[in-house]
Design a protein around this ligand. Sequence first.
Ligand SMILES: C[S@@+](CC[C@H](N)C(=O)[O-])C[C@H]1O[C@@H](n2cnc3c(N)ncnc32)[C@H](O)[C@@H]1O
Length: 257
Amino acid sequence: MIYLVREYIKYCLIAKNRHGIHSPFVYEFNDQCLRLPIPDYEFKIFKDLKKNFQKNNTSIDVTDLGAGSKKLKKQRKISEIAKISGSNDKYGKLLFRLVAHYQPKRVLELGTSLGIGTYMLAAGHENTHVTTVEGCKSTYEIARRTFPASQHAKVDFVNEGFISYLRNLKSQNPFDLVFIDGDHRSESLYNQLDLLQAFIHDETIIILDDIRWSKDMLMAWNHLVQNSDYHLTIDLFKMGVLIKRGHQEKEHFVVRY
Ligand SMILES: C[S@@+](CC[C@H](N)C(=O)[O-])C[C@H]1O[C@@H](n2cnc3c(N)ncnc32)[C@H](O)[C@@H]1O
């Protein structure tokens, strides 16, 4: 906890608003994408979805293929999963904004959980198709069954481990946006990114969640910021953005969100 407070103070001290940003891409990201209004109708569906889960005290057996939860046991109430693992309002809005602004045709989410973030990814643009991958069978079943009808046809729900899913992926049109929000261990994150290389392009937006979840995740994030494969990296405190953009100088930004 103290570690997070220290990190947050550091972030606040160096994070830039639009005046301190000289990259046209990041200026637009900050000035337009991060400020896009969210339609009330979509936000209400997102809030209702979350609220319904938070009221649901049914317990399910969870198989966690990742680093696990710091707070939850193997038998978990749906209400607890929604409170701890689901996207919160601020970052749910960010997912919506990214899709609405950049209009990716193909989105991949690694880590569906109850499908709360998935909803914001799918709702962001009418021509977006989302593939979302969840390793835990019972969680996957709930997400698939309860997903709002208005966006259901735009989402493929996959019940598989991330590594196995990526290893078995056939050559196809690349993903335009990838949201990595599962297994919070550096080794697994590097593996996922390595396997993703064949399925992304130079402008694919990769969003990493929980870059400060642990010291290991922060170390991985700092390592990726240095990685010469990604010429643009953006720190938004909870999430980090990686884009290859091989045509530009390597740049890193800490942006206030
Ligand atoms: C933080 S939750 C995802 C939250 C969701 N993206 C959202 O925004 O609401 C992470 C999920 O990833 C799943 N997961 C973790 N590691 C995994 C792995 N290696 N393969 C498949 N699923 C995994 C967990 O079961 C969990 O449901």
